[in-house]
Design a protein around this ligand. Structure first.
Ligand code: MN
Ligand code: MN
Length: 470
C-alpha cells in the first residue's frame, strides 16, 4: 500500500474503484500454460472422435468408464464417491458423482449440448440429375448456407434396416475414405447471382451433396449413375433405397481439430458449439474425488433446434434420472432441484474486430479473457432468456475468483442485432438456479469455428470449481 502515496488521487481512485478487464495471458500462473496445452490436446481428440451427438455419447462413455463410472441401474444403492451414467437413446448422456451431502441439499449441475449445426439427409435423398448423383439435405440448426458449399464433407449416422437391424455409417472419417461436397457457382458466371442478398442467393433447397458420377456399365436407363451408387451402398451396408426412410444421416465438415496461429494459441474445428463446453464439463466431472454436493453433468441433444424432443433438454429424461437418484435416498426430486445450481455451459460469441458493427465491445466476450458468463441470452428485450438473478451471478463470481479462474462477462452482441438461446431457461424452469457460461467462439455455427486455448482451459477450471463448491 506504500506505493499508493506516490499515486495521484485520481489514480488511487481508479485503482480502488474501477472495473478493469485483463487479458488472461497477463494473469496466468506457474504451470498454467503446460496444463492448458495438455487439456487442449485431450479436447482435440474428443472433437475428432465425435462428429455427431451419437459419437460424442460413445466417446463420453468410453472416457467415463475408464475413469470408474458404471451404467446406472434403477434402484442401485449409491454411496458418496460413486460414479454413474445413463445414456438417453444413444444421443444424450447424464453422469453423476455422488457427493458427501444428501440430495436434499441439492446438486451442482453442468448442462451442455453435443449436437452441432450440420446438413441432415432428407428421408428420400438420392437422385440423379444430368448424370450426376446427389443427396438432398435439410439443414439442422442455424447456418449461413454459403459456408457449407465447396468444402469437403463426411457422412455420419445410422440406418435402421427393414429387419430392424441398426447400421452405423461413417464415411470420410477413416483413412483413404472418399469425401463429399456441395458445388457452387464459378465467379466467371456469377454476375447476376452476385447481386442477390445472401439470404436469397443460397436457398436451402440447393444444398445438394454430390455423391457420384460413374454410370452403371452396359445400362441405358436415365438413372444409371444413381443405380450404381445404390449398388455400392447395398454391397457395403446391405441397404436398399427405401432404408433411407428410417435413417439418420448427417453431412458434417471433413476437418479434424487443429491449432490455429503461428503461436498455436487457438483451436480451429467443426463443432466447438457446444462440444467445447461438453468436454469441459465432462473433464471436470471425471477429475472429481468425492465432492461435497453431488455433481451432475448432462450432455444433451437437440439444443440447436430448440431443445425439443426426447433427447433434448426439455425432455423429462433428465428429471427421471434425477428422480431415480433421489429415490435411492428417499428425497423428493423437486426438493433437490430447489436447492440445486446449474451452469448452462454453452458457447458465446467472441468479439470479432472484423465485424465490430454487430458487437457492443464493453459487454462482449473477448478472446483470451477467459470463461464468459452470460446473465441473460435471448433476443428483443431478453425474450427467451431465464435471466439469472444478481445473487446467482454473485455466487458464481465468488466461486470462480476463489479458484483463480480467469472469467469475464459476456453478452452476445448489440441489442437488437439478433440473439440466441441456450438450455438455461429449461433448467431454470425446473426451479434450478441457473447461469449461462462458456467459451467465446469466433465464426460460431460455421463449419470451422475458432476458440482460444486459454478460454477452453479456464472454462474447464471454472466448471470444476463449481462442481467442487459446497
Ligand atoms: Mn450452443
Ligand atoms: Mn449453437
Amino acid at each position: 500500500m506504500a506505493d499508493n502515496k506516490e499515486l495521484t488521487r485520481g489514480k488511487q481512485l481508479r485503482k480502488a474503484l474501477q472495473y478493469k478487464k485483463t487479458n488472461g495471458y497477463d494473469r496466468l500462473r506457474e504451470g498454467d500454460l503446460e496444463a492448458m496445452d495438455a487439456y487442449c490436446e485431450g479436447y482435440k481428440q474428443y472433437l475428432d472422435a465425435g462428429k455427431t451427438e451419437r459419437e460424442c455419447v460413445d466417446r463420453t462413455v468410453a472416457l467415463a468408464e475408464a475413469a470408474g463410472f458404471r451404467a446406472y441401474q434403477r434402484s442401485m444403492a449409491l454411496k458418496p464417491g460413486d460414479k454413474v451414467y445413463r445414456i438417453n437413446r444413444g444421443k444424450a448422456v447424464m453422469l453423476a458423482v455422488m457427493g458427501r451431502k444428501g440430495l436434499e441439499c441439492g446438486v451442482n449441475i453442468a448442462a451442455a449440448h453435443i449436437d452441432s449445426p450440420r446438413l441432415d439427409l432428407k428421408q428420400n435423398p438420392l437422385y440423379e440429375s444430368e448424370e450426376l448423383a446427389f443427396l438432398k439435405t435439410h439443414y439442422y440448426g442455424g447456418i449461413r448456407k454459403y459456408q457449407w458449399m465447396t468444402i469437403p464433407l463426411e457422412l455420419h449416422g445410422v440406418v435402421v434396416l427393414r429387419d430392424g437391424r441398426t447400421l452405423r455409417v461413417s464415411v470420410g472419417g477413416g483413412q483413404g475414405d472418399p469425401l463429399f461436397t456441395i458445388d457452387d457457382l464459378l465467379p466467371h458466371l456469377g454476375m447476376e447471382h452476385g447481386k442477390k442478398p445472401l439470404a436469397e442467393a443460397f436457398p436451402g433447397e440447393n444444398l445438394n451433396i454430390l455423391v457420384g458420377s460413374r454410370p452403371l456399365a452396359d445400362d441405358e436407363d436415365s438413372d444409371r449413375v444413381k443405380i450404381a451408387v445404390l449398388e455400392l451402398l447395398n454391397r457395403k451396408y446391405g441397404m436398399v433405397e427405401e432404408d433411407f426412410i428410417s435413417a439418420e444421416l448427417s453431412a458434417v465438415p471433413a476437418f479434424n481439430a487443429c491449432d490455429i496461429g503461428f503461436d498455436r494459441s487457438l483451436i480451429g474445428a467443426y463443432g466447438h458449439d457446444d462440444r467445447v463446453c461438453a468436454y469441459a464439463s465432462l473433464a471436470a466431472l471425471l477429475q472429481l474425488g468425492v465432492p461435497e454436493r453431488t455433481a451432475v453433468c448432462i450432455l444433451a441433444d437437440k439444443e440447436e433446434i430448440g431443445s425439443e424432443g426426447v433427447s433434448g433438454m426439455q425432455s423429462s429424461a433428465f428429471d427421471t434420472f434425477m428422480a431415480d437418484l433421489c429415490e435411492s435416498q428417499k428425497v423428493r426430486v423437486d426438493v433437490c432441484f430447489e436447492r440445486s445450481f446449474c451452469l448452462s455451459a454453452d458457447v458465446t460469441a467472441a468479439y470479432d474486430p472484423n465485424f465490430a458493427e454487430v458487437y457492443e465491445k464493453r459487454n462482449s466476450a473477448l478472446v483470451n479473457y477467459g470463461m464468459g458468463l452470460c446473465k441473460y441470452t435471448g433476443a428483443r428485450g431478453k425474450s427467451g432468456a431465464s435471466d439469472a438473478s444478481a445473487e446467482v451471478v454473485g455466487y458464481v463470481r465468488r466461486v470462480l475468483d476463489k479458484a483463480g479462474v480467469v472469467w469475464q462477462m459476456a453478452e452476445l452482441g448489440k441489442v437488437d442485432a439478433g440473439g440466441g438461446g441456450t438450455v438455461a431457461c429449461y433448467m431454470a424452469n425446473r426451479n434450478i438456479d441457473t447461469l449461462d457460461a462458456g467459451v467465446p467462439v469466433l465464426s460460431m455455427h460455421a463449419p470451422f469455428e475458432t476458440v482460444s486455448k486459454l478460454d477452453c482451459y479456464m472454462t474447464f477450471r471454472g466448471i470444476k470449481a463449481l462442481f467442487e463448491a459446497d
